[in-house]
Design a protein around this ligand. Sequence first.
Ligand code: SAH
Length: 364
Amino acid sequence: MKLRERLIAAIAEGGPMSVADYMTACLHDPGGGYYATRPSLGADGDFITAPHVSQMFGELLGLWAADVWDRLGCPPRVRLVELGPGDGTMMTDVLRAAEAAPGFAAAGEVWLVEASAPLRASQETALAGTQVRWAKSLAAVPTDAPLIVLANEFLDCLPIDQAVFTAEGWMERRVGVDAGGRLGFSFLRRAAGEVAGGFCVPRDGGGVPPLGAMLEWSDDLVAFGQTVGDLIARAGGGALFIDYGRDAPGYGDTLQALRGHRKEGPLAHPGEADLTAHVDFPAFLAAARQSGALAAPIRSQGDFLRALGVETRAAALASARPDRAEVIGRQLARLIALDQMGALFKAACVHSPGLIPPGFAAAQ
Ligand code: SAH
C-alpha cells in the first residue's frame, strides 16, 4: 500500500495524527518516506542546498573547522562530524579545504550521521578513498576526543507541531481525513499549557496572540539541542548549524513541501516531497545551554560567510578563471544577498567554554 493510503487507514483507525508524526512518516517511513526511499538533491532533483550552489560554501566550513581545531589547541585527535550529509558534496569540499591545515587533516576522524540508506550510498561514492565512519545518531559518536560538528539543512528536517490561536483559544493543527476521504488538516482544542510543551510561547504585547497566529514548536529539536549541548560540554569542541529559520520567537506557518524545485501543500504528495519547517534557533540554543554548553549569538548566513571571507574567496576564484567570473558572482550573491539565502538562512554555534568560534561574536 502507498504511504498515503497507509496514513489514511491509520487516521481512520486512530484519529487525526500530530503534524510531527505526519512529518516523520513522510520523511523516514521505511516503505515510503522521502529520505528512506527517494531522496533527490541538486539541480536535477527536488531542491538545491548551499553546497550545490557553490564549492565555496563547503570550503569555508572546512577552514572554519580547521580554525576551531587550532583554537582548541591543536588536539592530536578530533572527530569531524557532519549531520545529514546529503549526497556528500559538502564533506568533499570541507576535506579539500582542510588540507590547507595538514595537522588538522591528520587529526580529524570523519563521522557522518545519516538516516537515509540511499543517501549513505551516495556519500560512500562521493567520499570513496577517504576513511569515513557512519553513525545513526550524534549520540552514537564517541566523546573521548573533541567534536567539531557541521550541519547544513539538517535541523529543518526535525518534526514540528503546530497550533493556531482562534476565538476559542489554541487549537492544535492535526492531519485528518476530510469528507471526500482525502488528507486534510483538522483542529483539536488545546489548553495554553499544552502547546509548545507549555513554554516558549511568544508573547505579543499584552500576551494575547493575534487571531489566526500559528505557533510552531518541536519537541525533537529541543531534545536534540539538549543532546548537542551535553555532548559538546562533555567532549569539548564546537557545533555549527546552518539552516533557514528564526533568530527570535515568532508566529507563522513554515511547514513546506518541495518537489521538483516547486513548493506544494504539505499534504499533497506524502513521502514524494521534501518536507521541512523553519528552525526555531532560540529554542534549540536554549536547550543546548541548559545542558552546559555555550551558544554564540545567531548570525545571518550572509554575515557569517562574509566574516569567514567568502568575498575574498570568490574574488580569488574569479581571477583564476576569468571566464567563470560572472557565474561565481551569481553564486556568491545567491549565498549572501539579503533577498536570496543571505538573511533567511542563519548560522548558530554551540561550543565549549573557552572556545571562541570563528565567525561569531562572543558567547551570550
Ligand atoms: N546537508 C546536505 C543535505 C540536506 S538534506 C546539504 O546541505 O546538501 C537533509 C539531510 O539530513 C539528508 O542527508 C537526510 O537524509 C538527513 N536526515 C534527515 N533527518 C535525519 C535524521 N533524523 N537523522 C539523520 N539524518 C537525517
